[in-house]
Design a protein around this ligand. Structure first.
Ligand code: CMP
Length: 215
């Protein structure tokens, strides 16, 4: 399984074997909170299957989704690296299987296989780039642009069609762009009526990639 993770494709057999020996398999059902922002953290999670959302919430139950992660991604590394509390909460969007590395195992991996540290640094740099993009989108675009941009960022080609790779509820999209569900509903309806997208049982197909002018 570890060999199939793109991030680990350049690791030697012995490095992979070390990871495989130290990472404990953990199946988790849908809707489980893995940990909450502010908790002490002592493990890193590799996603073998399933999907999770990384989010920050407030006392009123509102949340902003920072990222949806899937097979081959990992999370929980930040608290291990800087020894600070968890920076965000993580919960499963579907039943998932993780390979969990304890803090001790993580440090042993890095000591014995420094290439793993380089991989984690690469992933952190990518996350920072994504976060920078998200900050600029939130600061510079109106809600219409933010919704359109989020759909395009999640788009993948499937059977020759450009579709949004995640099955998202309108509330999920609202939580990703910092808007109300009602607003997202209005925007998706408008995009559909103008032929930019079509929505069928939570699958969004994109027909035109040009961002529409705001309404
Ligand atoms: P940690 O702070 O230990 O716990 C929360 C985890 O969520 C964090 O480590 C990262 O693995 C992950 N995380 C936090 N912010 C982001 C982000 N913007 N994009 C992707 N993952 C994130």
């Amino acid at each position: 399984m570890l060999r199939l993770i793109p991030l680990f494709k350049d690791l030697s057999d012995s490095d992979l074997a070390l990871l495989g020996d130290l990472a404990i398999e953990k199946p988790v059902s849908k809707g489980t909170v893995i940990f909450t922002e502010g908790q002490d953290g002592d493990s890193l999670y590799l996603i073998a299957s399933g999907r999770v959302k990384v989010f920050i919430g407030d006392e009123d139950g509102r949340e902003i989704i920072l990222k949806i992660l899937g097979p081959g991604d990992f999370f929980g590394e930040m608290a291990l690296i800087d020894k600070q509390p968890r920076s965000a909460s993580v919960s499963t969007l579907e039943s998932s299987t993780f390979r969990v590395l304890s803090h001790q195992a993580f440090e042993l991996c890095i000591e014995k296989a420094p290439r793993i540290a380089a991989i984690v640094m690469q992933a952190l740099a990518k996350r920072l780039r994504d976060a920078d993009r998200k900050i600029s989108t939130l600061a510079l675009m109106d809600v219409y642009g933010r919704v359109a941009n989020t759909l395009l960022e999640l788009a993948i080609v499937n059977n020759g069609k450009l579709i949004v790779g995640e099955k998202l509820s309108q509330q999920d999209i609202a939580n990703m762009v910092g808007a109300s569900r009602e607003m997202v509903n209005r925007i998706l309806k408008d995009l559909s009526e103008r032929g930019y997208i079509s929505v069928e049982s939570k699958t969004i197909t994109i027909h035109d990639q040009k961002l529409p002018p705001s309404f």
